[in-house]
Design a protein around this ligand. Sequence first.
Ligand SMILES: [Zn+2]
Length: 230
Amino acid sequence: MKQVAPGYTILKRYGRYKNACWVLENNGEAAVVEMPMYSAHEKPPHERLASYLRRRKLHLKYGIVTHGHVDHCKSLPEFRLHFPGTTFVTHRSMLEDRHFLSIMARNRHLPRQAWNEGSFRLFDEVYEGQLWTGTLGGEPIHLIYAPKHSYTDQLLLFRGAMITGDWYLGDLRDCNALVRPEHKVQAIDQAVDIVHRLRHHVHMLFSGHGDCLYYRVDFERMMQRSKVYH
Ligand SMILES: [Zn+2]
């Protein structure tokens, strides 16, 4: 377990891709960010989360994944089944993403015919536009739809930090070429614009995997750098 910043804890980095399972918290309320793939020898992340919440007397208000790739979302159905009182939030693009849906369809914990139909839904709140806003213990928490690494990317904004999923920061390139360069540039511009409008001072940037933790960052400069191939 690692306390990364005020209100930001990494429970553990799971599985062979070492993706983090994050807990964000404020005034008794928490959000889980990333529901990673894990190995057979690891205690399931939802169990670790449950004991963490119990010890700290936290209510799990939100469940969020930064994008629909297997290392970030594989255990989502298990979290969904174990935390029925939690609001799972995502952007519309996630429910239209065939890659994400095929990962969910292969999960042995998932009741058949899920996919946000019938009685079992993967998500409670699905936003359509660029921005979703909630609150954790009175503090705003935002999701910004901004496709760069994938067409399901959402940046998370809370208490001066941003979780950037698998964005390759400081460069237009990413570890794949799923998103067209012009869409990446547009997503970066829109994200910067939204952060300005929210008057949120972002000074920390954390990768979803928890391996890149940037403190005292010039957010604007980092975003401008991310619009160019270096
Ligand atoms: Zn990843």
